[in-house]
Design a binder for this molecule. Structure first.
Ligand code: ATP
Ligand code: MG
Length: 720
C-alpha cells in the first residue's frame, strides 16, 4: 500500500505519533507544532493503512467549524468521503447519541434542546411558581450552580447540604429544575453531556456496543475538557478503547467554564502505558513571533514546560503601535489592512483579535467606512446584538411611534405584564383599522382590554411618552444614556448576573460611547437622534460579508483558538482590558489571561501587530491606561515601535468622520497629538488629518497662531 501521501510532510515526531501502535497516546505540544495536523493524519492512517472502517473512529474537536474542517482534511488525504465517521464537538456527539437512544436515555423522542437564555427563563419561571424571592435567590447564580454540578457529573441526589441552609435551597432548586425539564422533555447544554454519560454508565449493553464500535478515540484541544467530558471519554475507552489525545497545557483558556488542564496528568494515571509524544518544532510562525510567545508564557509558573523552535525565517519584528485613542487605533489597523489588501493579499488571511466583544464596535465602524468587508467570527456584529437592538427599538419608537417592528420588540421587554394575547389583540386591531400598533394600543387600552392588561399597556404608553419628553433638548449621548436606563433595560440585564449579563450591559454602555463619538452632519435636516438611528441601521445591514465573500476576520482571542492567519492584530493591549481587570489580582486568573495572550500571539504566521490606546472610551467611559504587562514581557529585540510615542499634553478632538479611516500622513510619522514646529507659526499639536498623498492636510493647533489647516507636502513641519 502506498502510504507516502499520508506520511508526507510530517516530521519524525509527528510521524511517530501518526503511526503509533494501537495504544493510548498523548501528544503534548505547543502552538502550531502540528497537533491538529497529526490528528487528521492519524485518522487517515488508521483508515487507509490499518484498514479500519471510518465507523470505528470517534473524533472530537472544539467547535463545529473545526469539525467540518477536520472532516474535509481527512477526506482530502483519503480521496474519498467518510460520511460514517463520527466527528464533532462533545455536545454534538452527545446530542447524536441521545437522539438515537432517547428511550434508554429516558427522554421523549422529540426532546428539545434549550440554550442558556432559555434555561435562565425557565429558572425564573420556576422561582415565580414556587414564590421564591428572586432577589435573594438570583436566577443567574442558580443557573451557574446547576451547570457546575452537571459539569462535574453530579445530580441533586449526589449532593449533601453540609448543614448549610443556602446550599440546601440550591439543591432543592436544582431538583425542581430537573423535574420541569424532565416533564417538558427539555435538555440544556450541560444535560446533554451528563445524560450521554449516564446513558452509557447505566446501559451495559449499549456501552458494550459503542466500546466495540469505537476503537479509536481522537481528541483535539484536550487541555480544555471538563470533568464530565473526561468521564465520558474514560467510560467509552474502558480497557479496550484506544484514546489518542492532543493538547497544549499552555493553551488552556476555558477554566472559567469548568475545563481542567489537570486531565492531562489524569490521563497519564488512567492510562499508565500511554505513549507520550512531544512535538517541539513549530511550523506556523516566524522565529520572531514564536520567540515572543515563548518569552511571554515563560512567566507562568504552572506549566509542563516545553521548548518550541522553528526552522522558519526570523521574519519581521512585531510592530507595536501606541494609539492616542481607540479611534486612532482603529484607523491604524484599517490603514494596515488596506495596505495588505492593496498588495493583492486575501482579506480572510487577516484577523483582528480583541479580548472583549464590545471592542469590536469601533473597528466595525472603521471597516464599514473604509468599505472593507469583514465578518465577526463566533459572535454577532455590534449593531446586531440583541441588547443593542432593544435599545435602538426604544429610541426608534420614541422618535416614530408608528414603527411597528420596534414596538413589538420592546412592548414587553423588560416584562411588564403585556402577554401574547394582548399583543395579538393589538395586531388584529391594527390590521382591521389600518393603523400602527401604537395607535391600536392606545385605542384598546382605553376601550376593549381588561383592567390588568389595559393598565399594563397604559403604563407602557406612558413610559414612552415620558422618555420622549425627558430626552427633549438633551445631547445625543445623554438621550441614549437616559433611554437605556429609563427603559429598564440596564436593570433587566443586571439581574442576568454573570458573564453574559455583564457583556450585555457593557455593550449598552458602548452604545452611549457610539452616540458620543457620532458627529451629526450639520447640513442634515434630520434630528441627530434620527441620523444616529439611520446610521445604526445601515451599520447593521452593511459590511457583513456574504458567506462566500472574502473578508477580514474579527474575533475574540478565545474564538481564535486553533486557527492561524498570515496577518494578525492583537488590539486593545492595555492593562485592565487585557489582562482583564477581573483577573489582575488573582494569580490563577492572571496565568489564564497569559495563556490567552500566548494563544493570541501564536495565531500569527508572518506579521503581528500589537496595538494599544493610551486613552480608550469603552462601555461609555474614558479610561487612561497603561500598556498591557504582556507587551513588557516580549523582549525588546523582537519588537519595533512603529512611531515614536509622543506624550500628549492636552486632550484632543477625535478625528472627524469625514476624515476617512486611512490614517493620512501616517507614512510621514504624523499622528494625532503629535507635537510639531512650523517655520512661521511656531509650535503646535496635530488635531486632525485628512486626505491622501499630495492632498493630505493636517489641522494644527499652534500655541500662539491658533488653529490652522496646512497641506502636509508644503508645510515643512518638523516633528518634535
Ligand atoms: P494549535 O496549538 O494552535 O492548535 P497545532 O499544534 O494544532 O496548533 P496545526 O494547526 O496542526 O498546529 O499546524 C500548524 C501549521 O503548521 C499548519 O499550517 C500546518 O499545516 C503546519 N504544519 C504542521 N506540521 C507540518 C510539517 N511537518 N510540515 C509542514 N507544515 C506543517
Ligand atoms: Mg490545533
Amino acid at each position: 500500500m502506498d502510504v507516502t501521501p499520508i506520511l508526507e510532510s510530517l516530521n519524525d515526531a509527528q510521524r511517530q505519533a501518526v503511526t503509533a501502535p494501537a495504544e493510548p497516546t498523548l501528544v503534548i505540544a505547543g502552538a502550531g507544532s502540528g497537533k491538529t495536523r497529526v490528528l487528521v493524519h492519524r485518522a487517515a492512517w488508521l483508515i487507509d493503512v490499518e484498514g479500519l472502517s471510518p465507523q470505528s473512529l470517534l473524533a472530537v474537536t472544539f467547535t463545529n467549524k473545526a469539525a467540518a474542517e477536520m472532516r474535509g482534511r481527512i477526506e482530502g488525504l483519503l480521496g474519498m468521503p467518510v460520511g460514517h465517521l463520527w466527528i464533532g464537538t462533545f455536545h454534538g456527539l452527545a446530542h447524536r447519541l441521545l437522539r438515537r437512544h432517547w428511550r434508554e436515555a429516558n427522554l421523549p423522542q422529540n426532546f428539545q434542546i434549550i440554550d442558556a437564555d432559555d434555561q435562565l427563563r425557565l429558572i425564573k419561571r420556576l422561582l415565580k411558581n414556587l414564590e421564591i424571592d428572586d432577589s435573594r435567590w438570583v436566577p443567574r447564580e442558580i443557573q451557574y450552580f446547576i451547570n457546575a454540578q452537571k459539569d462535574e457529573g453530579l445530580r441533586p441526589r449526589h449532593l449533601a447540604d453540609e448543614g448549610d441552609p443556602n446550599r440546601r435551597q440550591m439543591i432543592a432548586l436544582y431538583e425542581a429544575y430537573e423535574d420541569i425539564c424532565q416533564r417538558g422533555g427539555l435538555v440544556d447544554f450541560a444535560e446533554l453531556l451528563l445524560r450521554a454519560h449516564e446513558l452509557w454508565r447505566d446501559n451495559a449493553e449499549l456501552l458494550d456496543h459503542y466500546r466495540r464500535r469505537f476503537q479509536h478515540l481522537l481528541v483535539d484541544e484536550f487541555q480544555d475538557t471538563n470533568a464530565i467530558q473526561y468521564a465520558w471519554l474514560r467510560l467509552l475507552a474502558g480497557d479496550t478503547g484506544i484514546p489518542f489525545v492532543v493538547g497544549d497545557d499552555d493553551q488552556s483558556i476555558y477554566r472559567w467554564r469548568g475545563a481542567r488542564v489537570e486531565h492531562i496528568y489524569r490521563f497519564q494515571k488512567d492510562f499508565p502505558a500511554a505513549t507520550v509524544v512531544k512535538l517541539e518544532q513549530n511550523y506556523r510562525s516566524t522565529a520572531t513571533i514564536l520567540n515572543a510567545a515563548n518569552a511571554v508564557i515563560a512567566n507562568n509558573n504552572s506549566r509542563m514546560g516545553k521548548n518550541l523552535w522553528t526552522e522558519g525565517p526570523e521574519g519581521e519584528s512585531i510592530k507595536v503601535y501606541a494609539a492616542y485613542n481607540e479611534r486612532d487605533e482603529s484607523d491604524f489597523v484599517i490603514a494596515r489592512l488596506r495596505d495588505w489588501i492593496d498588495h493583492g493579499n486575501v482579506r480572510a488571511d487577516a484577523a483582528v483579535l480583541y479580548r472583549s466583544n464590545a471592542q469590536s464596535r469601533v473597528l466595525e465602524e472603521g471597516l464599514i467606512n473604509a468599505g472593507i468587508p469583514y465578518r465577526v467570527y463566533g459572535g454577532l456584529r455590534f449593531f446586531e446584538r440583541a441588547e443593542i437592538k432593544d435599545a435602538l427599538a426604544y429610541l426608534r419608537l420614541i422618535s416614530h411611534r408608528d414603527d411597528d417592528a420596534s414596538f413589538e420588540r420592546i412592548v414587553n421587554k423588560p416584562t411588564r405584564g403585556i402577554g401574547a394575547r394582548t399583543v395579538e389583540a393589538m395586531r388584529s386591531y391594527a390590521r382591521a383599522n389600518s393603523c400602527s400598533m401604537w395607535r391600536a394600543a392606545g385605542a384598546l387600552a382605553s376601550d376593549e382590554l381588561a383592567g390588568r392588561a389595559a393598565n399594563a399597556v397604559l403604563a407602557f404608553i406612558n413610559l414612552i411618552e415620558t422618555m420622549a419628553r425627558d430626552i427633549d433638548g438633551l445631547s445625543l449621548q445623554e438621550q441614549v444614556d437616559h433611554v437605556i436606563h429609563a427603559s429598564g433595560l440596564i436593570d433587566f440585564f443586571k439581574k442576568e448576573k454573570g458573564e453574559k449579563g455583564e457583556t450585555r450591559i457593557e455593550n449598552l454602555l458602548e452604545l452611549v460611547s457610539a452616540a458620543r463619538s457620532f458627529e451629526p452632519d450639520p447640513l442634515e435636516e434630520m434630528s441627530p437622534l434620527d441620523e444616529f438611528l439611520s446610521h445604526a441601521a445601515l451599520e447593521a445591514g452593511e459590511g457583513q460579508a456574504e458567506a462566500w465573500e472574502d473578508c477580514v476576520q474579527l474575533m475574540t482571542m478565545h474564538s481564535a483558538k486553533g486557527l492561524e492567519f498570515p496577518l494578525v492584530f492583537l488590539s486593545g493591549m492595555e492593562d485592565g482590558l487585557f489582562p482583564h481587570q477581573r483577573s489582575i489580582a488573582d494569580p490563577d486568573g492572571l496565568e489564564e489571561e497569559r495563556r490567552l495572550c500566548y494563544v493570541g500571539i501564536t495565531r500569527a504566521k508572518q506579521t503581528l501587530y500589537v496595538t494599544y490606546a493610551e486613552q480608550r472610551r469603552l462601555h461609555g467611559m474614558d479610561n487612561f491606561s497603561q500598556p498591557s504587562r504582556f507587551i513588557a514581557e516580549i523582549p525588546d529585540e523582537y519588537m519595533e515601535e512603529i512611531r515614536p510615542r509622543v506624550l500628549v499634553t492636552r486632550p484632543m478632538r477625535s478625528p472627524s468622520r469625514s476624515s476617512g479611516s486611512t490614517q493620512p500622513g501616517a507614512e510621514l510619522g504624523i499622528r494625532l497629538g503629535q507635537r510639531v514646529r512650523h517655520g512661521k507659526f511656531g509650535d503646535g499639536v496635530i488635531l486632525n488629518c485628512e486626505g491622501q498623498g499630495a492632498h493630505a492636510r493636517v489641522e494644527v493647533n499652534f500655541e500662539t497662531a491658533g488653529t490652522k489647516w496646512l497641506v502636509l507636502s508644503y508645510a515643512n513641519l518638523d516633528l518634535m
